[in-house]
Design a protein around this ligand. Sequence first.
Ligand code: ADP
Length: 310
Amino acid sequence: MKVGIVGTGMVGSATAYALGLRGVASEIVLVDLDPALAEAHALDIAHAMPFASATSIVHGDYDRLRDAGVVVIAAGVAQRPGETRTDLLGRNAAVFRTVVGEIIRFCPNAILLVASNPVDIMTQIAAIYSGLPTQRVIGSGTILDTARFRSLLGAHLRVSPRSIHAYVLGEHGDSQVLAWSGARAGTVPIALFGARVGAPITDAVRADIDSKTRNAAYTIIKGKGSTYYGIGAGLARIVGAIRQDEQAVLSVSSVTAVVAGVQDVALSIPRVVGREGITTELLPDLDAQERTALQRSASLLRGLFESVTV
Ligand code: ADP
């Protein structure tokens, strides 16, 4: 499957690298406003392929995306000093008007995978500009927050994060909801499992894991300016699920008709992902506190979306 990546900054290039290492795509096409940047990343990543997979990595203009099965959108502009979140959103919406229009011109049947932030709002904007059914417009959402949550729980319980079943819901951002009540190690609720293996989930443990999950991006940004390897691997995971028609349950963002009483809002809940995009959503059972937090997150996102002129 051919995969396009539009916007080859830190996130776009890390995604291409992760896709290449995993051997998920037959061809990866890099497109950026700055063609020299796209070309440089294409060459550099292509030079890693003899050690990894048979993926061909090229750069080019939008017409080169023709027949791509998935196009990742990681294009965007950075916040200017003093700029409000809404003004930034307005400028990124303008970028998306061009980018999404061009993608649809050359591959009207692609699945769009949105990574640009704020990812939930950009996913909703991409759904509008593309005119695609919402199940074909997927945002990376909380896929990475969920991975962080599982790693921290796994480290505490000494169980592989792959055998921890737990999700982060709602906004990819400050209002995200860690769904503790349904978290399991294998099939055992984590509180029970923790007590059994001498690693109880105390209030202090919970607060520490919550804070490390929620604030991971801030810690990384403080140290090196931005985050990209984790999300690049997460995006490659989603592309893999589409490529292999896996019907994998992943916490990704999508425009949702109703969630926690809020209508027409893009946010993350666990969803089944395969060749046709999203086929089903699987909102887990939540306790009262989690339900209220999800309702808050959904309302906040809906309000932010309404503040942008699309
Ligand atoms: P991030 O850390 O989110 O990847 P970057 O600033 O490194 O952020 O990357 C964003 C990329 O998006 C840049 O390479 C920029 O050139 C690209 N970009 C911005 N506007 C457009 C556009 N209209 N079309 C294509 N690419 C764009």
